[in-house]
Design a protein around this ligand. Structure first.
Ligand code: FAD
Ligand code: NAI
Length: 475
């Protein structure tokens, strides 16, 4: 067994890990990153980018884009005087395009490692002990000794007992991104982010999509104004939601599934479908790290225990991303990765957990940052609301997409922005302005006084800020 020594070893090459490794190397640390490589690579090489690039954010957004164009061609073009006949989808081509983008980006991270002098190690990392020289980590057949370790092992899909995932008939996120033909009937268990995004993809392409959700409320984490609007719009588009269900026995055959469940009134129901996507959350990847051997603390919920600065209970061992508390989002993982590298270098690394944006890439998109109205009510905070529909915006009308609204919540006494909730076109991009404003402790008056280009969708954010002071100009 050969031994290699580094200042920093990052375990896991997803957004948390690869970004931490690049930043650590930029700050002068001799850095390595090991990746256990579960993603199929034609050359058997380690693929960087983790869940996000390989089987998450990027491939899902590629399929959302293609299916959105398909739907536009079939339903929206005609109203603007464009005839293209009935569009057809070549699923293999769509999946191939998605895979090309994934290959391009995962390869790109390797290039970034070279540029920043990060050593890429191919293998699973597991703690082996500690000496004065540093932490001992087994990486495949090699022993790595590192002064500091960043665990960024991410998460894996949660599966349900009695529902075996083969990623053909019954899929988690991996199979859902590679379905080879449009299912006639697609069942989805879990009306969360993956259920809504992947359900939208296959619904747009022609599948009948039925979503079974355990919770009685739709999108409980979102502002309830937004959640209600979303449920109404998605239902109108054809997604069918059964909320408050309890999943019973699921029978899987060669051609489909039969799902027995109790509906919200406790009545027995059966749903037959030719494919099933199980999207009921994700679990942190800590098995196989040999955490017990070194006493690395894992919480009851299976996450590595960390403080606000991602320090674990072990000196010189840090953990970032999906494997620790907080939202399982790529940009949150990256923020933490940068913070840890900067803290290791003695800098003032920081991650503001109050301004992490959420985005759901459906149509319309949903995006928010900060507190929801129900959270402010529960906390007894006095707030004011500015809410403006996209219907009042010339650009949205011109784009043929005047759905949804921007809702701004500001402190009734200080005017400080407490939350911004958007459902509408390009919400994913519009939320950036709200994040900047909140990061700099901005008030609604600050946004109200900023000149917004005309005609743009961002004018709706501007109007929502004006509406907080009851002086919108265009509504
Ligand atoms: P991961 O990306 O999971 O990376 C961890 C890496 O560590 C993996 O490559 C794994 O192979 C490796 N690894 C694990 N154990 C070991 C070990 N012992 N040794 C070596 N390597 C190891 N987030 C967003 O912000 N926006 C989105 O649009 C979005 N879309 C998503 C869509 C889907 C379908 C899914 C499933 C997720 C999506 N996410 C999205 C979430 C996002 O993918 C994750 O939050 C993000 O990937 C977490 O990054 P990470 O680095 O913590 O972990
Ligand atoms: P999720 O947590 O978003 O949603 C899971 C849903 O499944 C919840 O509504 C939950 O109530 C429901 N559920 C749980 N158990 C159930 C059961 N037994 N029967 C029926 N319903 C059940 O998880 P999801 O969609 O799997 O996504 C995982 C994570 O990946 C997300 O939380 C998010 O962090 C990340 N992600 C982010 C995206 C984005 O940023 N756009 C896109 C996709 C995923």
């Amino acid at each position: 067994m050969s031994t290699k020594e580094f200042d920093v070893l990052v375990i896991g090459g997803g957004p948390g890990g690869y970004v931490a490794a690049i930043r650590a190397a930029q700050l002068g640390f001799k850095t390595a990153c090991c990746e256990s490589n579960p993603y199929a690579d034609p050359k058997g090489e380690p693929r960087l980018g983790g869940t996000c690039l390989n089987v998450g954010c990027i491939p899902s957004k590629a399929l959302l884009h293609t299916s959105h164009l398909f739907e536009e061609a079939g339903h929206a073009f005609e109203s603007q005087g464009i005839s293209v006949g009935t569009p057809k989808i070549d699923v293999a081509k769509m999946i191939g395009r998605k895979s090309t983008i994934v290959d391009q980006l995962t390869g790109g991270i390797k290039g970034l490692f070279k540029k920043n002098k990060v050593t890429l190690l191919n293998g699973h990392g597991a703690f082996a002990g500690k000496t004065d020289a540093g932490w001992h980590i087994n990486v495949g057949e090699e022993l790595v000794i590192a002064k500091q370790v960043i665990v960024a092992t991410g998460s894996a899909p949660r599966h349900l007992p009695g529902i075996p995932v083969d990623n053909k008939i019954v899929c988690d996120n991996v199979g859902a991104l590679d379905i080879d033909a449009v299912p006639k009937k697609l069942a989805v268990i879990g009306a969360g982010v993956i259920g809504l995004e992947m359900g939208s993809v296959w619904r747009r392409l022609g599948a009948e999509v039925i979503v079974l959700e355990a919770m009685p409320d739709f999108l409980a984490a979102a502002d309830q104004d937004v959640a209600k609007e979303a449920q109404k719009l998605f239902t109108k588009q054809g997604l069918k939601f059964n909320l408050g269900v309890q999943i019973g026995e699921v029978k899987v055959g060669k051609k489909g599934v039969a799902i027995n469940y109790k509906d919200k009134d406790g009545a027995d129901q059966k749903l037959e479908a030719d494919r099933l996507i199980v999207s009921v959350g994700r679990v942190p990847n800590t098995a196989g790290l040999n955490a017990d051997a070194v006493g690395l603390k894992i919480t009851e919920r299976g996450m590595i225990e960390v403080d606000d600065h991602c320090r674990t209970n072990l000196p010189g061992v840090w953990a970032v991303g999906d494997v620790v508390r907080g939202p399982m989002l790529a940009h949150k993982a990256m923020e933490e990765g940068v913070m840890v590298a900067e803290l290791m270098a003695g800098q003032a690394g920081h991650c503001n957990f109050d301004t992490i944006p959420w985005v759901i890439y459906t149509s319309p998109e949903i995006a928010w940052v900060g507190k929801t109205e129900q959270q402010l009510k529960a906390a007894g905070v006095a707030y004011k609301v500015g809410k403006i529909p996209f219907l009042a915006n010339g650009r949205a009308l011109g784009m043929g997409d005047p759905t949804g609204f921007v809702k701004m919540l500001a402190d009734a006494n200080t005017d400080r922005i407490l939350g911004v909730h958007i459902i509408g076109p390009n919400a994913s991009e519009l939320i950036g302005e709200a994040v900047v404003a909140m990061e700099f402790a901005g008030c609604s008056e600050d946004l109200a006084r900023i000149c917004h280009a005309h005609p743009t969708l961002s004018e709706v954010v501007h109007e929502a800020a004006l509406a907080c002071d009851k002086r919108p100009l265009h509504f």
